[in-house]
Structures are given as C-alpha cells and as structure tokens.
Write a protein that binds this ligand. Structure first.
Ligand code: UD1
Length: 437
C-alpha cells in the first residue's frame, strides 16, 4: 500500500498554488449531466473524486475529453439511464457526492437511480432533507436495498417552496440542480451559503439556468426547459488553501499561497491570527508566516461563514503544538474527532467529551506510524508529521488523495521532507492499540 514518509521539523518556505475546489467540482460534474452540448470545465482539481464522477458519466454515455490536466470537455448529450450498471454502482458507493446524480437525473430524465452514497464517516449522515426537497418538487423518492430511486410525477419536476429544517450543503446543491429544469419557480429557504454553492449556481447560470440568491439563505430558481453547453472555471479550494495555512502554522516558515479568494479564507485567517500566525491578504494570494510560539485558541465549527468543519482536524493538529489549553467544538458532525487517536500516538494530549475536545498543547509532537482515517483527518496527521520531531509514516493515504491534488509534490516544493512510497503495511500502528485500552 502507498504511504507517506515524513521527516518532520523543517519549516515550510516558498510558494504554493491552490487547485480548483473539490466540493464545487463534485457538484458541477454531476450537474453537467443535465447539459445538452459541450461543457468545458476549467481549473478542475486532479483528484480521485473527480476521476470517479467523470468515469460514471462516461459509462453512462458521456464523451469525456481531457484537454489538459485541469480542463475537461464533457458532452452529456447522449447520456442515458441505460448506462447504469454494476460498474457505476461500484463507483457511486465510493463517494459522497454521487447523490447529486439523483437531482441531475431527475432534472434531465424525470427518473433517477443511484446507490446510497459513500464518503467520509463522521457518524450518521442522513439524507432526509434531500428527499424532502425532491418530494416537494414532485418526485416520488424511495430508499431501499442500498439504492435511492426517484421518479417525477408526469415525467417533469415542478417548482415548489421548500424550507430546509437543517442547513445542509448537500441538500441545497441537490435541490438546486433538480430545480434548474423544473417547471416554474422554486424557492429554497434556510440554505447553505458555502462558496461552492455560489460556484454551482454560477455554473448553472452560465449553462442557461436562472438561479438567484446563492450565497444568501434563500435561493430562487426559475426553471428553464433545458441547459446548453458553455465554459466555466471553478473557484479555488478554500479547504486546500486552509490546509496549507495550517501546515505553515504548525511547521513554521513563510509561504505565499496563490490562486485563492482571500475573502473565503477570512474565517480561517482570523483564527490563525489569534494563534500568533501572521497573515497578509493580497488580491488572489495570502502570505502566511509563523516564527514565534503558537498560542492556544478556542474553535467552534459552523456552516459558512463560520469556521469550516472541513478545517477542524487540521486546526486541531496545529493546536496540539500550541502553548496552553484549547477547546475545539464540532458544531456540524457527531463524530469527527477520530483523528485524535492518531495524534495521541505522536504525543498529543487531548480529552474528548462528546462534541468538544480539550487539547493541552505540547512543546513538540514526535513521529509515529499513523493512519489517515478520512480525507481531512489524513491532512491533520500530515500536518502533525511536518511539525513533529522524527519520522512519521502515514498509512491509508488513498483517503488524502481523494481531495488533495499532488499534496506530496506541493509540500516538497515548500521544503518539506515527505515522500510517497509503496510498501506493505507494517502493523506498527495497530500493535500499540492495546495501550490505549
Ligand atoms: C458537505 C461536504 C463535507 C462537509 C459538509 C459540511 C461535500 C461533498 N461534502 O457534506 O465535506 O463536511 O458539507 O460543510 O461537499 N443533515 C441532515 N439531513 C440531511 C442532510 C444533512 O440532518 O438531509 C445534517 C448532517 O447530519 C450534518 C449537517 O446536516 O449534521 C450538515 O450536513 P451537510 O451540509 O448536508 O453535509 P454534506 O453535504 O454531506
């Protein structure tokens, strides 16, 4: 299995360029299924989640042409539901965003079928708000045997007024996609406001849809009969940028992080500044510098524009090396602290009580064999490894590669000693499990 070997304790210096936003890409690729014509998507991140979704569309009959590493021309004119097969299900089970195919298939064909989605395990991940929204649009949705099946009454969805009981990124996206070609007007209230929601709305509008209000808590969609081809460039990845900011905070040094929208990073920058990290905002870059001691801070995750839950593990890793006592409260997911078990192997002192973790900072973490439990938990152990004394071996890096483009290459260019090797798993990390009781 592939793993990362990190010799920690070296500061990071230089320039890193941020890739296109993963969570925008995994919404926009399924939405492209609704488009009749060529859809050129630029600034696509080169990660395994986007490969998986492109492959699904290809099996369903789309023409997928990579123009270069980050630009794809996608023509879904000939896509049909006849292409759905075991091969598709094996792919859709792997990732969370496959449920956006339901909204897109319903919008295009009035019928849909997919597996229950996969993705990171942060505890229970219900989809009741997706179903509520699609039902309101006139779809009959059934979940059984691990599949989601949906059918629009009279073959086409119709606009509706929908109030989400919970602020959900996924439900907002799924309903917005489905409503784009529904008959009449849809109003979705209490929606998520993340940057990738705005990006999806901009994508749909550039393909002929009429979506307004994305970025506020009410989205209004006037359905159009069909979507046409066009060109769209994705926004930069807020979380990838935040991850490099956290890496500099933990390892020290000075890094210019390019191709970002600094406004999207405000929630992360302000927390890092509290921790004694210097951050200078440019037009499309930030410069992050840390040479003094890191200070403790309290963090609570919330929907955008609050501190993102997808940055919680990375900031948790930084706080393990900060002086004093910090409290991290997870406000979105039930169970997103599993990565602390790995950080404890590196000397972190953390007590978890429900949705709050109390961290007592240590002078120095020490290298160990650890696992990437999921995508962002994987980023957290890499960050800890960069700051730690000695060698850290990170196993299960396939989770990290779902969402970070060339993380090893980008960190090496900043002076980190990290390499990816292919070697059999040594049960070192599990051998010490009994110590934790
Ligand atoms: C997306 C992101 C994920 C991020 C999360 C929150 C993608 C592919 N994934 O996940 O990385 O951590 O947003 O920013 O974009 N909920 C319900 N019912 C529903 C849907 C959600 O109760 O039908 C609850 C969830 O249990 C959770 C909260 O709402 O407590 C937020 O979930 P949601 O925003 O939907 O997350 P995802 O879209 O799954």
């Amino acid at each position: 299995m592939q793993k990362y070997i990190i010799s920690g304790g070296r500061p990071l210096n230089g320039t890193v360029s941020i890739s296109g936003a993963k969570n925008a890409a995994v919404a926009i690729i399924p939405a492209a299924l609704m488009v009749r014509g060529v859809c050129r998507i630029e600034n696509l991140p080169d990660i395994s989640d986007t490969d998986t979704l492109l492959r699904v569309l290809e099996i369903m009959g789309a023409s997928v042409r990579m123009i270069n590493r980050t630009t794809v021309e996608l023509d879904c004119t000939s896509v049909s539901l006849d292409g759905l097969s075991e091969e598709v299900w094996a792919l859709t089970r792997r990732i969370r965003a496959s449920y956006y195919l339901i909204g897109a298939m319903l919008g295009r064909f009035g019928r849909a079928c997919s597996t229950m989605p996969g993705g990171c395990n942060f505890g229970v991940r219900p989809i009741d708000q997706h179903i509520k929204g699609l039902n309101a649009l006139g779809a009959n949705v059934r979940v059984d045997g691990g599949f989601i099946r949906a059918r629009a009454e009279n073959g086409r969805l119709r606009g509706a007024r929908i109030y989400l009981d919970k602020v959900s990124v996924g439900a907002t996206i799924n309903i917005m996609i489905a409503a784009a070609t529904a008959e009449g007007r849809t109003v979705i209230e209490n929606v998520a406001r993340e940057p990738h929601i705005v990006d999806l709305a901009n994508f749909l509008n550039s393909m002929g849809a009429d979506v307004r209000g994305a970025g506020t808590d009410v989205i209004k969609v006037r359905g159009v009969p069909s979507l046409h081809g066009g060109t769209y460039a994705l926004i930069p990845d807020q979380i990838e940028a935040g991850t490099y900011m956290a890496a500099v905070a933990a390892a020290g040094g000075c890094v210019r992080i390019e191709n970002v929208i600094p406004k999207h990073l405000d929630c992360i920058s302000s927390k890092l500044r509290e921790m004694n990290v210097e951050i200078e905002d440019g037009d499309d870059y930030v410069v992050v510098r840390r040479d003094g001691l890191l200070c403790h801070a309290d963090v609570k995750t919330m929907p955008y524009p609050g501190f993102p839950t997808d940055m919680q593990p990375q900031i948790g890793a930084v706080l393990c090396c900060a002086s004093g006592i910090s409290a991290v409260t997870e406000g979105v997911w039930d169970n997103r602290f599993k990565y602390f078990e790995e950080l404890r192997k590196m000397g972190a002192t953390v007590k978890v009580d429900g949705r709050t973790a109390i961290i007592i900072g240590v002078d120095r973490l020490t290298g160990a064999t650890v696992r990437a439990c999921d995508l962002r938990a994987g980023a957290a152990v890499v960050i800890a490894g960069l700051a730690a004394k000695g060698v850290t071996r990170v196993e299960d890096v396939q989770y990290i590669e779902r969402g970070y483009e060339d993380i090893v290459g980008k960190l090496r260019a900043l002076g980190a000693e990290i390499r990816c090797v292919d070697e059999p798993d040594e049960p070192t990390s599990r051998r010490t499990d009994w110590l934790a009781g």
